[in-house]
Ligand binder design. Structure first.
Ligand SMILES: Nc1ncnc2c1ncn2[C@@H]1O[C@H](COP(=O)(O)OP(=O)(O)OP(=O)(O)O)[C@@H](O)[C@H]1O
Ligand code: SF4
Ligand SMILES: [Mg+2]
Length: 320
């Protein structure tokens, strides 16, 4: 039985303008110790697919499909049962550190309460554990700093506090949503390093959500590329980096600086914008931005295995 098996996940939102199709069929499986990257431009459905699994969609959101955690479907669970799994079995580090920390509570109370709730430790033990976690994410002087409020931490430090909170209950799965605020590259690298350590030590499965294929290679072993709420390519890091098949993935890779690539030294962003999720185009969602589009692209391409589990949703090379 897989640790987490997500099948045909769909998310939509009711809005005054109509139905927004944010996620249109996402599948993936995680085993203990796996590290999966979910990559795609802004608005591709990365965050909403994870929130759907955890039962945290906004009120106007609806999700269908299944997400089996050790065989039990999270999407069929009521709020109390889900609450039991969140934090303890599956933890998520949210994109915006300021909205996921309570500004009116010290870091101490936020961390300690969580450990007491999930692990049944008393306050003193819970605090000691929280301090240890802050130390693990390299917060200097954690015994003192734990008494402070979120605004007394810098952006990078707050992000580390969130990582510490994510690790607090030693979850089986840690989902890390890349921060929108531009943290400096060193902080990001340190956080990726921490997650890699955790994975080695505790066999925690990791889902890393990011725009940037550049940060993926060191931490993850598989990559899921999302475009307009659909999986367009999926494979191992090697398959995606050395043999990208979907024109969108190829475009994303061209916008990543790489030391091993000779060229004009320019980064190429993909021209154009993703489609309107209120009114998705027929056929391939990437068609209007694709330099290689041809007649057949007016039909929806299937997600097919091109060999060794490397999946591609594109008509190019599809002989069937
Ligand atoms: N409550 C909501 N009502 C309507 N649309 C929503 C709502 N929440 C999210 N969306 C839409 O769902 C789509 C997917 O959003 P999502 O947050 O998953 O994107 P993302 O891939 O995480 O992007 P980013 O990289 O910018 O964080 C977006 O177009 C967003 O505007
Ligand atoms: S199916 Fe057609 S439009 Fe879509 S990515 Fe492939 S070639 Fe481009
Ligand atoms: Mg997001």
């Amino acid at each position: 039985m897989a640790l987490l098996e997500v099948k045909n996940l769909q998310v939509s939102f009711d809005t005054p303008e109509g139905e927004v199709h944010a996620v249109s069929g996402v599948d993936f499986t995680l085993e203990p110790g796996d590290a999966l990257a979910i990559v795609g431009e802004s608005g591709s459905g990365k965050t909403q697919s994870m929130l759907a699994i955890l039962g945290l969609l906004a009120e106007n959101g609806r999700a269908t499909g299944s997400a089996r955690f050790r065989g039990e479907d999270l999407m069929e669970m009521g709020p109390a049962e889900l609450n039991h799994h969140r934090g303890k079995d599956i933890a998520m580090i949210f994109q915006d550190p300021m909205t996921s920390l309570n500004p009116y509570l010290t870091i101490d109370s936020q961390m300690t309460e969580m450990v007491m709730h999930h692990q049944g430790l008393n306050r003193r033990e819970a605090r000691a554990h929280a301090v240890e976690m802050l130390r693990a994410v390299r917060i200097p002087d954690p015994e003192q700093r734990i008494r402070q409020y979120p605004h007394q931490y810098s952006g990078g430090m707050r992000q580390r506090v969130l990582v510490a909170m994510g690790l607090l209950c030693e979850p089986d799965i840690l989902i890390a949503d890349e921060p929108t605020t531009a943290l400096d590259v060193t902080v990001q690298a340190q956080i990726a390093q921490l997650m890699a350590e955790l994975r080695r030590q505790s066999n925690t499965a990791i889902v890393l959500i990011t725009h940037d294929l550049g940060v993926v290679a060191g931490l993850c072993d598989r990559v899921l590329v999302l475009y307009a709420g659909e999986v367009v390519e999926y494979g191992t890091v090697e398959q995606i980096y050395y043999d990208p098949q979907h024109p969108y993935t190829q475009g994303l890779l061209e916008s990543v600086p790489r030391l091993d690539r000779v060229g004009d030294g320019q980064l190429h962003a993909i021209p154009g914008n993703p489609p309107n999720l209120l009114n998705l185009p027929k056929g391939c969602c990437f068609r209007r931005r694709c330099e290689r589009a041809f007649e057949q692209c007016h039909q929806k391409p299937r997600l097919r295995d091109t060999g060794q589990g490397h999946l591609n949703r594109c008509h190019l090379g599809d002989t069937e």
